[in-house]
Design a protein. Structure first.
Length: 193
Protein backbone atom coordinates (compact mmCIF):
# COMPACT_ATOMS: atom_id res chain seq x y z
CA UNK A 1 0.00 0.00 0.00
CA UNK A 2 1.49 3.29 -1.05
CA UNK A 3 0.59 6.87 -0.27
CA UNK A 4 1.78 8.54 -3.43
CA UNK A 5 -0.25 11.41 -4.91
CA UNK A 6 -1.36 9.22 -7.84
CA UNK A 7 -3.19 6.84 -5.48
CA UNK A 8 -5.06 9.58 -3.65
CA UNK A 9 -8.29 10.27 -5.58
CA UNK A 10 -10.10 12.20 -2.85
CA UNK A 11 -11.80 15.56 -3.36
CA UNK A 12 -8.89 17.44 -1.79
CA UNK A 13 -6.84 17.09 -5.01
CA UNK A 14 -9.55 18.45 -7.34
CA UNK A 15 -8.64 22.13 -6.95
CA UNK A 16 -6.16 23.68 -9.26
CA UNK A 17 -3.97 26.74 -9.01
CA UNK A 18 -6.04 28.65 -11.60
CA UNK A 19 -9.22 28.37 -9.49
CA UNK A 20 -7.46 29.68 -6.37
CA UNK A 21 -6.28 32.84 -8.10
CA UNK A 22 -9.90 34.00 -8.59
CA UNK A 23 -10.68 33.82 -4.88
CA UNK A 24 -10.71 37.10 -2.99
CA UNK A 25 -8.08 37.71 -0.38
CA UNK A 26 -9.04 39.45 2.81
CA UNK A 27 -6.54 41.95 4.11
CA UNK A 28 -6.75 44.89 6.53
CA UNK A 29 -8.14 48.18 5.25
CA UNK A 30 -5.64 50.48 3.61
CA UNK A 31 -3.54 47.67 2.13
CA UNK A 32 -3.71 47.53 -1.66
CA UNK A 33 -3.99 44.07 -3.21
CA UNK A 34 -2.99 43.09 -6.70
CA UNK A 35 -5.50 41.01 -8.61
CA UNK A 36 -5.47 39.84 -12.18
CA UNK A 37 -9.23 39.85 -12.59
CA UNK A 38 -10.64 43.24 -13.70
CA UNK A 39 -13.96 42.72 -11.89
CA UNK A 40 -12.19 42.04 -8.59
CA UNK A 41 -10.17 45.25 -8.81
CA UNK A 42 -13.17 47.52 -9.45
CA UNK A 43 -14.31 47.74 -5.81
CA UNK A 44 -10.75 48.46 -4.70
CA UNK A 45 -10.53 51.42 -7.09
CA UNK A 46 -13.71 53.07 -5.78
CA UNK A 47 -13.06 54.81 -2.50
CA UNK A 48 -15.93 55.09 -0.07
CA UNK A 49 -16.00 58.60 1.37
CA UNK A 50 -17.37 57.32 4.69
CA UNK A 51 -14.28 55.19 5.22
CA UNK A 52 -11.69 57.84 4.51
CA UNK A 53 -9.60 58.45 7.58
CA UNK A 54 -10.99 55.31 9.23
CA UNK A 55 -7.58 54.60 10.68
CA UNK A 56 -7.81 57.68 12.88
CA UNK A 57 -9.22 57.01 16.33
CA UNK A 58 -11.72 59.44 17.79
CA UNK A 59 -11.11 59.92 21.49
CA UNK A 60 -14.69 61.06 22.14
CA UNK A 61 -16.24 57.83 20.85
CA UNK A 62 -17.36 55.32 23.48
CA UNK A 63 -16.13 51.72 23.15
CA UNK A 64 -18.36 49.23 21.38
CA UNK A 65 -20.79 47.13 23.36
CA UNK A 66 -18.59 44.04 23.14
CA UNK A 67 -15.42 45.87 24.12
CA UNK A 68 -14.20 45.60 27.68
CA UNK A 69 -13.54 48.82 29.50
CA UNK A 70 -10.32 49.31 31.38
CA UNK A 71 -11.03 49.13 35.09
CA UNK A 72 -10.65 52.53 36.56
CA UNK A 73 -8.33 52.79 39.48
CA UNK A 74 -10.27 51.91 42.60
CA UNK A 75 -10.16 54.43 45.32
CA UNK A 76 -11.04 54.59 48.96
CA UNK A 77 -14.64 55.44 48.14
CA UNK A 78 -15.14 53.11 45.15
CA UNK A 79 -17.89 50.59 44.46
CA UNK A 80 -15.48 47.78 45.33
CA UNK A 81 -14.77 49.25 48.77
CA UNK A 82 -18.43 49.60 49.72
CA UNK A 83 -19.13 46.13 48.34
CA UNK A 84 -16.47 44.64 50.63
CA UNK A 85 -17.80 46.60 53.62
CA UNK A 86 -21.29 45.26 52.92
CA UNK A 87 -20.01 41.69 52.67
CA UNK A 88 -18.10 42.01 55.97
CA UNK A 89 -21.14 43.42 57.78
CA UNK A 90 -23.30 40.66 56.35
CA UNK A 91 -20.70 38.13 57.48
CA UNK A 92 -20.96 39.50 61.04
CA UNK A 93 -24.73 39.13 60.88
CA UNK A 94 -24.61 35.60 59.54
CA UNK A 95 -21.90 34.30 61.85
CA UNK A 96 -23.49 35.73 64.97
CA UNK A 97 -26.61 33.69 64.25
CA UNK A 98 -28.66 35.69 66.72
CA UNK A 99 -31.35 36.82 64.28
CA UNK A 100 -32.29 33.35 63.14
CA UNK A 101 -31.99 32.01 66.69
CA UNK A 102 -34.27 34.74 68.03
CA UNK A 103 -36.79 34.24 65.22
CA UNK A 104 -36.85 30.51 65.93
CA UNK A 105 -37.29 31.18 69.66
CA UNK A 106 -40.20 33.53 69.05
CA UNK A 107 -41.88 30.93 66.82
CA UNK A 108 -41.37 28.22 69.44
CA UNK A 109 -42.64 30.38 72.31
CA UNK A 110 -45.84 30.88 70.36
CA UNK A 111 -47.12 33.89 72.28
CA UNK A 112 -46.61 32.48 75.76
CA UNK A 113 -45.74 35.11 78.32
CA UNK A 114 -42.06 35.40 79.26
CA UNK A 115 -40.19 37.10 82.06
CA UNK A 116 -40.00 40.92 81.80
CA UNK A 117 -36.19 40.88 82.18
CA UNK A 118 -35.90 38.78 79.05
CA UNK A 119 -38.02 41.05 76.89
CA UNK A 120 -35.59 43.98 77.02
CA UNK A 121 -32.71 41.60 76.33
CA UNK A 122 -34.51 40.08 73.31
CA UNK A 123 -35.47 43.49 71.94
CA UNK A 124 -31.89 44.72 72.22
CA UNK A 125 -30.51 41.66 70.43
CA UNK A 126 -33.02 41.97 67.60
CA UNK A 127 -32.41 45.71 67.17
CA UNK A 128 -28.63 45.27 67.07
CA UNK A 129 -28.75 42.33 64.66
CA UNK A 130 -31.26 44.11 62.42
CA UNK A 131 -29.18 47.30 62.49
CA UNK A 132 -26.01 45.51 61.37
CA UNK A 133 -27.96 43.78 58.58
CA UNK A 134 -29.44 47.15 57.55
CA UNK A 135 -25.97 48.72 57.49
CA UNK A 136 -24.83 45.88 55.22
CA UNK A 137 -27.76 46.57 52.87
CA UNK A 138 -27.05 50.33 52.83
CA UNK A 139 -23.35 49.81 52.14
CA UNK A 140 -24.06 47.35 49.32
CA UNK A 141 -26.73 49.69 47.92
CA UNK A 142 -24.18 52.50 47.85
CA UNK A 143 -21.79 50.16 46.06
CA UNK A 144 -24.44 49.46 43.43
CA UNK A 145 -25.05 53.19 43.03
CA UNK A 146 -21.34 53.80 42.37
CA UNK A 147 -21.04 51.13 39.67
CA UNK A 148 -19.75 52.29 36.29
CA UNK A 149 -18.21 50.66 33.22
CA UNK A 150 -14.86 50.15 34.95
CA UNK A 151 -16.24 48.44 38.06
CA UNK A 152 -15.02 44.91 38.50
CA UNK A 153 -17.72 42.22 38.10
CA UNK A 154 -17.16 40.67 41.53
CA UNK A 155 -18.13 43.97 43.15
CA UNK A 156 -21.47 43.96 41.31
CA UNK A 157 -22.23 40.37 42.21
CA UNK A 158 -21.16 40.73 45.84
CA UNK A 159 -23.16 43.92 46.35
CA UNK A 160 -26.27 42.43 44.75
CA UNK A 161 -26.05 39.29 46.88
CA UNK A 162 -25.46 41.38 50.00
CA UNK A 163 -28.55 43.49 49.33
CA UNK A 164 -30.74 40.41 48.82
CA UNK A 165 -29.51 38.41 51.82
CA UNK A 166 -29.28 41.50 54.03
CA UNK A 167 -32.90 42.40 53.31
CA UNK A 168 -33.91 38.87 54.29
CA UNK A 169 -32.12 39.29 57.64
CA UNK A 170 -33.74 42.69 58.21
CA UNK A 171 -37.13 41.09 57.52
CA UNK A 172 -36.32 38.25 59.94
CA UNK A 173 -35.44 40.79 62.65
CA UNK A 174 -38.67 42.72 62.05
CA UNK A 175 -40.82 39.57 62.19
CA UNK A 176 -39.11 38.34 65.35
CA UNK A 177 -39.53 41.77 66.99
CA UNK A 178 -43.22 41.74 66.10
CA UNK A 179 -43.61 38.25 67.59
CA UNK A 180 -42.16 39.13 71.01
CA UNK A 181 -44.82 38.02 73.50
CA UNK A 182 -46.21 39.96 76.40
CA UNK A 183 -44.37 40.05 79.69
CA UNK A 184 -45.59 37.65 82.32
CA UNK A 185 -47.11 39.24 85.36
CA UNK A 186 -44.94 38.75 88.34
CA UNK A 187 -46.56 37.25 91.32
CA UNK A 188 -45.93 38.99 94.55
CA UNK A 189 -44.86 36.72 97.36
CA UNK A 190 -47.36 36.65 100.18
CA UNK A 191 -46.63 39.19 102.86
CA UNK A 192 -46.02 37.61 106.20
CA UNK A 193 -47.49 39.41 109.14
Amino acid sequence: MSTTPEDNTGPENTTSASEESGRPTFEPAGVATETTDASASAPAEEADPDHEGATEVDEDVEPAAGATAEPRPGGVLSAETFGIVGLVLLGVTVTSGQLLEMLTSMILVGGQAIAPEQISHIELQLMMGGSVALLAVLSAGLSLALINAGTRPWAKWGATATVIVGLLFVAAAAVAYYMIPEAAQQMMPPIMD
